[in-house]
Design a protein around this ligand. Structure first.
Ligand SMILES: Cc1cc2nc3c(=O)[nH]c(=O)nc-3n(C[C@H](O)[C@H](O)[C@H](O)COP(=O)(O)OP(=O)(O)OC[C@H]3O[C@@H](n4cnc5c(N)ncnc54)[C@H](O)[C@@H]3O)c2cc1C
Ligand code: SF4
Ligand code: SF4
Ligand code: SF4
Length: 369
């Protein structure tokens, strides 16, 4: 079976690998550090299931009609301060736990690699809170979620729109207890480069990384700080002086598929879409306290029913579509002109030399701050 004619179209969701009844597909990293499916043709029976679940070209989205656009802040300060935006994800998770359900989101494993994991209660939720600017692996997660739904448990899944769409296609049927939450998505950077960056910081600091926040709110600036901890020592600085973050924001290390992503729109096949409320200072200045506001779109009847149940736990306002629009709800992120060159350097150079050259190319001089 041939999964795609253009490798650059594959978003790396991994649904094909979970869907294959023969376990003929493995996700393997390429030289840029992104995972792609590899089919063992000696085992493949040609059943076509892997193609059916692929979100590229198969996702229809919902119609525009009847959507509700909101600005939301969790009333519980702990939720909002510990989250990337206004903490809406935590309020939704709490709803699911009240129904004895399970929540899936992106977390760091012991090696600081990012993968989707489950949380069964509020204590476990913190690991899957907050934005990780790294592509998350969903290896085995589609199968696990299907198993939980078959046991009639409530399940909330939160991820990028391509992952949410892949999950819906994977499941084939509609489960009344499944809630799919997707994000406004700038694109995902290379897990291979992230892993090298973690090892680089560990070597420089002489210890083991325990934590990394891409959206630290210590400066009350809506999460434009980044902080990390190595061997119990914390380091904090601006997102815009961190070389990894700058390679990401300047569009050098995104997955190729993200530069022509079909999910940069308000039509989605999810129940909820969450993002940062860009322009909160224009729309509701009184609510802009620097600690984050979530932009929320309710797409489905289920989302509206859940929202009616949880809205009292938030400060919120409704708004027009024009007020929530931001670039990643209209067009994909443009590719940096020097991306090819930078990636070629990454493939051949020792990582510390690569970082020095990358810093010169993108105008980011600080390394270990
Ligand atoms: C790679 C990436 C790019 C983004 N780009 C934009 C953007 O351009 N504009 C915008 O408005 N918002 C963007 N967001 C969304 C935003 O950063 C917040 O995640 C969102 O507003 C939810 O915040 P919260 O306070 O409700 O919850 P939080 O507690 O911050 O929850 C974040 C949720 O995102 C999930 N998540 C975190 N990292 C990943 C990952 N790597 N892959 C999949 N799921 C993940 C977590 O599991 C959790 O469920 C992006 C998020 C990611 C992960
Ligand atoms: S066609 Fe069927 S057996 Fe072959 S890789 Fe796809 S899902 Fe697996
Ligand atoms: S299902 Fe996902 S990983 Fe598999 S080919 Fe399609 S986009 Fe790529
Ligand atoms: S930008 Fe598009 S293709 Fe890339 S991770 Fe986000 S939703 Fe998937």
């Amino acid at each position: 079976m041939k999964l795609f004619s253009d490798k650059n179209a594959c978003c790396g969701c991994g649904a094909c690998a979970d869907a294959c009844p023969e376990d003929a597909i493995r996700m393997e990293k390429d030289e840029e550090g992104f995972a792609y499916p590899q089919v063992d043709q000696t085992v493949c029976t040609g059943c076509g299931r892997c193609v059916e679940v692929c979100p590229i070209g198969n996702d229809e989205g919902h119609s525009q009609e009847g959507k509700i656009y909101l600005g939301v802040q969790a009333k519980e300060d702990v939720f909002r301060f510990a989250s990337s935006s206004g903490g809406m994800f935590s309020v939704l998770a709490q709803y699911i736990f009240r129904h004895r359900g399970i929540v899936y989101g992106a977390a760091y494993d012991r090696r600081m690699e990012v993968r989707h994991m489950r949380a069964d209660n509020m204590e476990q939720l913190d690991a899957i809170r907050r934005t990780k600017y790294v592509q998350s692996s969903l290896d085995g997660v589609y199968r696990e979620i299907e198993g939980q739904l078959q046991k009639e448990r409530w399940v909330l899944f939160c991820g990028t729109p391509c992952q949410g769409s892949a999950l819906r296609l994977y499941l084939k049927k509609v489960y009344p207890r499944l809630v799919i939450v997707d994000l406004v998505c700038y694109g995902v950077p290379s897990p291979g480069i992230w892993a090298s960056y973690v090892r680089y910081l560990e070597e420089k600091r002489g210890g083991r990384m325990q934590y990394f926040s891409f959206r630290d709110k210590g400066m009350r600036d809506n999460g434009h700080g980044r902080s990390y901890r190595i061997d119990d020592v914390s380091y904090a600085g601006s997102l815009y002086k961190d070389i990894y973050c700058m390679m990401y924001f300047k569009n050098y290390i995104l997955r190729p598929s993200c530069h022509h992503c079909g999910f940069c729109r308000t039509e989605r096949s999810s129940d909820f879409t969450l993002g940062d409320f860009w322009g909160i200072e224009r729309v509701r200045k009184d609510m802009d306290d620097g600690m984050g506001t979530s932009m929320v779109i309710l797409h489905t009847r289920r989302a509206k029913e859940i929202w009616d149940d949880i809205k009292d736990q938030t400060r919120w306002f409704s708004c027009k579509r024009e007020e929530i629009l931001q670039p990643r709800l209209m067009t994909p992120t443009e590719v940096a002109k020097g991306r090819g060159l930078l990636m070629n350097l990454y493939k051949v150079l020792p990582f510390s030399i690569f970082l020095n050259l990358a810093g010169c190319m993108i105008g980011c001089r600080e390394r270990v701050k």
